[in-house]
Design a protein. Structure first.
Ligand code: 0O2
Length: 211
């Protein structure tokens, strides 16, 4: 990797690693209390250089303005079981004092043209570097497992077709997005039963582990 990029991306890498620990820690605290965790799992990545350059070109972002204008060089994803959990997670993020929220984008009530649904929270996160504090932007995407399934598949197809989907695929993806949303709605309706079953299962596991 070119040295310039290595220096530029260093605080982003640091932030992703730190935030993965912190956000996974939130899940661990729910588990410890033996209550339903609104967070199912957390992932994080630093955007590959090729994708940064691609996006900068598409959006006309000068390379010397990446820090302020590209909000997702560092990205975290928090997956939830139920749609209602998303708001719970957002509220937990709003209460934290290790970063500030600079923007929220609700693509759940206002889905994207493609059918994409997720809740995006952009934060300003302070990273302690040896030369001092660096404040960087990080995008946290919060979505259900069903929304994540759809987005992952659509993302790979997008790569294959470079964003220009044949009409039939575009329509199928939109129908699939609606089906994923319907799945979320159905699961929400039997949420109580699911959670009871999960709690019973985890109690059984605890007993087994202590045997
Ligand atoms: P990658 O590979 O995930 O890093 P825009 O690019 O105009 O849509 P903007 O201003 O960059 O939007 O911010 P937005 O829409 O809040 O966040 C962009 C990111 O959200 C994308 O990053 C994706 O991760 C995700 N996303 C947004 N729309 C879609 C979509 O239609 N399908 C899928 N699968 N993901 C989407 P990148 O940079 O596109 O890609």
């Amino acid at each position: 990797m070119e040295r310039h990029w290595e220096f530029f991306l260093a605080p982003y890498k640091q932030a992703v690693e730190e935030l993965k620990v912190k956000l996974k820690g939130m899940r661990a605290q729910f588990e410890m209390q033996g209550v339903h965790s609104p967070i199912e799992f957390v992932t994080g990545r630093v955007k590959p250089i090729a994708s940064i350059l691609d996006k900068a070109q598409k959006k006309n972002i000068p390379l010397d303005q990446l820090e302020e204008q590209m909000q997702d060089i560092a990205g975290l994803r928090m997956m939830c079981q139920f749609v209602d959990d998303i708001q719970t997670v957002v509220e937990l993020l709003r209460k934290r004092n290790d970063f500030t929220i600079v923007e929220e984008r609700d693509y759940i009530t206002q889905k994207k043209e493609s059918g994409y649904r997720s809740y995006h929270v952009v934060i300003r996160y302070p990273v302690q570097m040896i030369y001092g504090e660096k404040n960087i932007l990080v995008e946290i995407q919060i979505r259900t497992l069903a929304m994540n399934f759809w987005a992952t598949i659509e993302h790979s197809l997008n790569y294959k077709y470079s964003g220009k989907f044949p009409e039939d695929i575009r329509q199928r993806l939109q129908r699939a997005a609606e089906a994923a949303y319907l799945l979320d709605e159905e699961m929400s309706k039997i949420r109580f039963e699911i959670q009871e079953a999960q709690a019973a299962f985890s109690r059984k596991q605890d007993v087994k582990d202590n045997e």
